[in-house]
Write a protein that binds this ligand. Sequence first.
Ligand SMILES: *Cc1c(COP(=O)(O)O)cnc(C)c1O
Length: 850
Amino acid sequence: MKEGTPFIVEVNPKIPRRLKRMDELAGNLWYSWNRTSRTLFARLHPSLWDAVGHSPKAFLKRVNEQRLVDAVDDQVFLANFNRVLSAYDTYHSEPMRQNGTGLHQSDLVAYFCAEFGFHESFPIYSGGLGILAGDHCKAASDMRLPFIAVGLLYRQGYFSQLIDAEGNQVATYADSDFDDLPISPVLRDDGNEVHINVGFPGRTVIVKVWQARIGHVWLYLLDTDLEVNSLADRDIVHQLYGGDRYMRMQQEILLGVGGVRALQEIGLKPTVWHINEGHAAFQILERARSLVREGLDFASALEAVAVNTVFTTHTPVPAGHDHFSPDMMIEYFSEMLHDLKIEKEEFLALGQSADSHEFNMTTLAIHGSRYHNGVSRIHGDVSAKICGDLWPQVGPEESPITYVTNGVHVPSFLADEWVDLFDTYLGYEWRHRLCDTEFWSKIDMIPDHLFWSVRQSLKSQMLYQLRHRISNQHFRNHGSEAHLDRLLKYTDPINPNVLTIGFARRFATYKRATMLFDNLDWLREIIADEDRPILFVFAGKAHPADKPGQELIRQVHNISRLPEFEGKILLVEGYDMGLARRLVSGVDIWLNNPVYPLEASGTSGMKAGINGAINLSVLDGWWGEGYDGKNGWAIKPSPEHYDDYRRNKEESQTLYEILQDHVLPLYYDRGKFGYSEGWVKMAKHSIATVLPRFNATRMVGEYVSRFYTSASTQGKIFAQNDFENAKRLAVWKSRVKAAWHGVALRRLDEPKKRIQFGDAMRFEVGVQLNGLKSEDVRVELLVGRPGNVNASEMQHYSFVSQEATGTGHEQVFALELAPDLCGKLQYMVRIYPWHELLTNSHETGMMFWL
Ligand SMILES: *Cc1c(COP(=O)(O)O)cnc(C)c1O
């Protein structure tokens, strides 16, 4: 060819009138959980479907006109098309629910997150956090909640991953063509695009607002890639989690500050604000700024903002929390400081903790919210400890941080084959019984052989996919045919009878992808039995800046190339939601061995569990609650004080023993019908226990009933009469804070050693209130059994303030109590500030004990 720049033109087909509504299907992420609608596109031209990354919108722009014309004459296609449209219309015409959820039509929940994972065709996610956010939106749509979401529109999203012949991860970034994504610009009434301004040091950045439709829910996405902006500013949303600290700061300002402005500009008025992970916490400052502009002082504004804000943390280690240097904060927020009318120190204190001067986004989020949670029981406890110094006098068991365990969106991750089987044996109503644990025990009514054949068929589809992907990978890396045959020895879709174990997730070091290889001799022994073969499948991406993570990929690669492991350990590149759906539904065992307690929740194991794959995991994250002794296998974590070496040794030993003594014997205990009854029993039990508890409807339902409803009500109470209550509470808190160091408590009555059952004891304490009033405090007696130091498990009784009985500055509080237990009892007395407007009794963090 001659030199020169080739021009590219895309020729778009004319969509026949009869198929016009395919556009509508392609523009609504409903397709991400409706497989039949995706199949409609795929069947028209399978290889194009793969080539466009399963994007219906891109597909419709590139499919050959003739295929569409032919489809109009294809009765089978039309019948399917009509069926999909009818399901689509039914889903969208069901009215918004007025009651039952506790939220009203006038309520609106705004959910902010830095990433959203709905489907592989919309690459604005990197892993678990994003997919969880996507599932949250999908469940909110299913539940018809008044709900919107806010995020960033990355030009390149997360990277695509290739793995070369040496096991190196090659990250490639490709610009998304926004025309190919299921999004459209938000327009004003006059037809012009909605643009907003966000101030950065010395300049204003113009931000365009896009929208995506997720069933009933709208997601608003912010974009700076506009010609009016400087080149540097156009790049702010170039890559998800790309760039340096400055880039991160700018993205988070865009999300938090820009997100609030965008909603204002569109005319939406949320009554509940949900910050999903600290990245979005700057929204607190922007909302406070609006209120200060309306005339509130900062402290009252912060009360008004916090009271209807929910914050979910996903990070189990302090180092994982996003933070910025004070200098950077001042550089980027000098105008904000000015607008908030506060001093530098007060501003920085919003993000600082006792042990660090860095400005921490988790700390800011907690200061600016009254509902906080971790994402599993274990993670809730860990978070309460990590954030303990924000409530210095309150023990972790009474910490205002609670937990809502994650869940997965069942229609997105449950394979269609199960849908058919459930329809037959459980009835269509299973869709409305997602959280009914009783109902799911009916899974036993499915005949074992049918259950098994679905499992086999899903596995076969997965193996087929794997062969395809491994072949591409192999030939691209210039491997030979003979070598490929060896690699694919155990991936026979026709005889899917090899025990298959999947491990796929981000390659972050704490997830320990290589724990399986801790003792290679033992592993060799386990896989040596030709009658009981095992196939291990690994997949996952490491962040391009995470060198140790990439080293793990190389290690898996190297071991998979050792002659004795060849074909028994496969490393597949390009982990995304599409591959995840295949793997979680196709493998027999889903393996997870993170370092306890670093797996905040983990969700891929839930996806596996609902598909009848069996979990074999460290008892961390969700599995700490999910494991019941019969629905899978558990690796008990080593004590936390063990060093890495000892911990790996011990936990890998447990893993080998479980594989050798339990997994292999059970799987290969094939009865006369060719499958293991014990295995089927466990797999059924896995579905019955995991599906009804770890689904997104249960999760979102909990957010609604425990947080959203109350936050919305509190928000209204605080806002009424020109924020009267927000101001009252702010004034009260500052009064209490100033006086608290001088408050003192002493006992006045003579402690008794022994009483008769039925007799009342009278307790009396004298309190130096240091200027506070008796109604500003609560004096409490806690009663429990000796040795129990957990305040949340003891009985609580409040003392009553006595009229002017005290001497000097002391106020007397008394309590009469006849214990309802016999035997030795332990009791303690404490005092803490109390006000009727507090959302959480311990939010002031002040308390002390007698
Ligand atoms: C579910 C999912 C994750 C999260 O898995 P974890 O077990 O939480 O690590 C990551 N990536 C993809 C593509 C997923 O589907």
